[in-house]
Write a protein that binds this ligand. Sequence first.
Ligand code: PGA
Ligand code: ZN
Length: 434
Amino acid sequence: MTSLTISQVRGREILDSRGNPTVEVQITLSDGAMGRALVPSGASKGQHEALELRDGDPNRYLGKGTLKAVRNVNETLANLVKGKSFRNVQELDTLMLEADGTSQKSKLGANAILGVSLAYVNAVAISQKRPLYLVLNEMMGVPAAEMQLPIPLMNILNGGVHANNGLEIQEFMIVPHGFSAFSEALRAGCEIFHHLKEMLHEKHFSTAVGDEGGFAPALESNEQALELICEAVRIAGYQLKTQVAVALDVASSSFYLADAKRYSLRHRGEDSIDSNGLIDFYQGLCDKFPIVSIEDGLDEDDWAGWKVLTDKLGGQCQLVGDDLFVTQVARVRRGIQEKIANAVLIKVNQVGTLKETFETMALCRENKYRAVTSHRSGETEDVTIAHLAVGSGCGQIKTGSASRSERLAKYNELLRIEEWARENGKPLRFAKVF
Ligand code: PGA
Ligand code: ZN
C-alpha cells in the first residue's frame, strides 16, 4: 500500500479516563506523516483477554504503571519496525506477533503491540491525506459499498463494576435505530439522556455519572432502571421500539459464583439462581421491555448455559458475546460451530492487534454473526474505533453515554465522518440492523 518506511516510533505513558496510566504511541513515516494512538483499558475484563502489561510497582500509580510496556515500544518494537515498509497493518502486526511469540502477548504486552498497530494506521491515513475509515476499509478488504454509519448503543444507566449503586446489570443502553441519519439518532440519544437526568433529579436520585458517562442512581431493581429509561424515551417524544429500543450488557461474569455455577442476583431478593433461572429472568424482561440486545447474559465459560440462552432467545434478540469471545477467532469459531450467541463485541485491546481484529470481524461477516465495535470503560480521546466501525460496516458502535468527553470524542468523530462523506460525494447510509 505504501513504500514509505517507518522512521520513528515513540511510546509514552499517559493517563486514561479513570486517571490510570496507559500507553500512547506515535509513529512517524519517512514522508514526515505522524500518527498517534492511545490504548484503552477495561475494568470488567474477560479472563481470556490478551495481556495488558502493568508494572506492578506499588510505588507508582498503585502498581498500574505502564513503563515496561512503554519500554517495549521504544526498544524492542521500535528496533523491529524502524526502517521497514509494510503494505498494510497486517504485515506490521505479523512481524510483531512473531516477535512476541506468546498466545496472549504476555512477552511484550498487548497494550504495547496494539499501540504500534493503531498508531501505524493513523500515520498512513495522515500520509495519504484520507480519513482513517477509508484506509481501514481497504486494508480489511471490505467492499466500499458496505461501509455505513453505526447505530450507537448508548449506555445511559450504569451498574455493575462501573458504578457503586448495587445494580447487577452493568449497562442499560438506549438504541436509537429508527432514524434516517446517524446525527439524528445521536440527537435523540442525547435528548433522552437529558430527560432521564431531569426525571432522576425530580425523583431525588443522584445524577452523578459512572465510568462510561451514564447515570448511576441507587435504584431498587433492574426493572426500575428499565422503566425509567422507557419513560425518558416517551417524554423525549420518541417511539419506543420502532425508533428507540433498549440493550443490556449484563456482564454476568462479574456476579457468577464459579464454584456453585450460580449467579447472584440480589436485586431479585434471591441469593443466587442458576443459568436457567437467569434465562427466565431475561425472557421476562424481553416480554416487558423493548430489548433488542443482551450482552454477556451468561458467564464467559458457561458454554452450556449460553447454548440454552441462544436456543431460547436467539431468534428474537441479539445475543452479544464480549467476555465470552474476547474478540478472538478461536473462541468466536467455537461459538459459531456450537450455535452460541449471534453477535460479537469487538474490542481491539482484547486481542491486541488490528490484524486479528480484522480476522474476527471477517469471521463474523462470513457466518452472519453481527459485530459491535466497542470502547472500554477506561478510555481516552483516541477516536480510532469510530473509523473501525464505519470502515468495517459492522453497523453498531458501543461507546458510552452522552457525557464525558472520552465518550463524546467517538460520537463527534462519527459526526465529522458523516459530514466528510456527504461533502465528498460518497454519503454513508445509517445502518439498519433492528
Ligand atoms: P470494560 O467494560 O471495558 O470495563 O471491560 C465494557 C464492557 O463490558 O462491555
Ligand atoms: Zn461487556
